[in-house]
Design a protein around this ligand. Structure first.
Ligand code: SF4
Length: 274
């Protein structure tokens, strides 16, 4: 019998890479251990992503910054904020970022995909993931697909972040196959600062990222198999304590997480001002 493929998304692989125990809580343990309350920064990210998606869904002649207040209002996620005042300040900041961002876009540019699922298989992985945007651009040798990922976190990003992102590399790998055109450029668009961090992959660097993802998938499948065979799940999926614990949804269920500094759900948007 051929080995079964490991069905995965970038967030599934990223979860194991960050902390095998968190992976276990998310994808192995059933029922899933209780999660903490929703985070305001996740609400903010989701609101901004959906507003941009819906901006691209407008007819070209309506893709103006003026469309954004109603788009953002319609899809605003309210969870996690300290109070209505903080929510209002965050909404205004998000609107400001979006208006600045779309002023720099050509409304006539039709992306290959917006929140587009791309999927591909290797000998180990059945990969699928939803890319924020896949642009059609003209490269030196003809049409290319460019992966665009929106970021709304506090700190800016640089080319090393774009180069090191396995998620972006896997999207590029899959997009090249789905759209049958070269897909090597990946970009992180940081909306709060209006900056773009970019990296040009090569076929070799994408292959390296795929091989690393496959190695991780093999480790995960081996751990899952061991647990199914009676091994101790705490040993097969060890904790990886660190700064991320304070922001982990499973902090209260995890022995290492209970030691971590507690963060309020709105802490990561506290710095935003009108
Ligand atoms: S609290 Fe920390 S160690 Fe525990 S699952 Fe979350 S990230 Fe892993």
């Amino acid at each position: 019998m051929p080995e079964r493929l490991f069905v995965c998304t970038p967030s599934k692989l990223g979860s194991y890479e960050d902390c095998p125990r968190r992976y276990r809580y998310s994808y192995v343990d059933r029922p899933t251990p209780p999660k903490g309350p929703p985070w305001a920064h996740n609400s903010l990210g989701a609101s901004v992503h959906t507003a941009l998606k819906n901006w691209y869904a407008l007819p070209v002649d309506r893709r103006e910054p003026e469309a954004l207040p109603s788009l953002l209002k319609a899809t605003w996620v309210r969870e996690g904020y300290r109070d209505v005042d903080q929510e209002r300040v965050t909404y205004r900041a998000a609107l400001r970022w979006l208006e600045t961002y779309v002023r720099g876009l050509d409304p006539h540019d039709e992306p290959l995909g917006v929140e587009r699922v791309v999927a591909t298989k290797t000998s180990v992985l059945a990969f699928n993931g939803r890319a924020d945007r896949i642009d059609a651009r003209q490269g030196p040798d003809g049409p290319e697909a460019v992966i665009v990922d929106y970021k709304t976190g506090r700190s800016g990003l640089d080319a090393d972040d774009a180069r090191g992102s396995r998620a972006l590399a896997l999207y590029a790998y899959a997009a090249g196959r789905v759209f049958r055109r070269p897909s090597y450029r990946v970009e992180l668009h940081h909306l709060p600062t209006g900056t773009v961090a970019a990296h040009e992959h090569t076929p070799e660097s994408l292959d390296r990222q795929v091989r690393r993802a496959e190695d991780m998938a093999r480790d995960i499948m081996a751990a899952e198999k061991a647990v199914a065979g009676g091994a101790d799940p705490d040993v097969e999926f060890p904790t990886s304590p660190g700064a991320l614990c304070s922001w982990c949804d499973f902090r209260k269920s995890c022995p290492a997480g209970q030691e971590a500094v507690t963060k309020d759900p709105w802490e990561a948007v506290n710095h935003l001002t009108v």
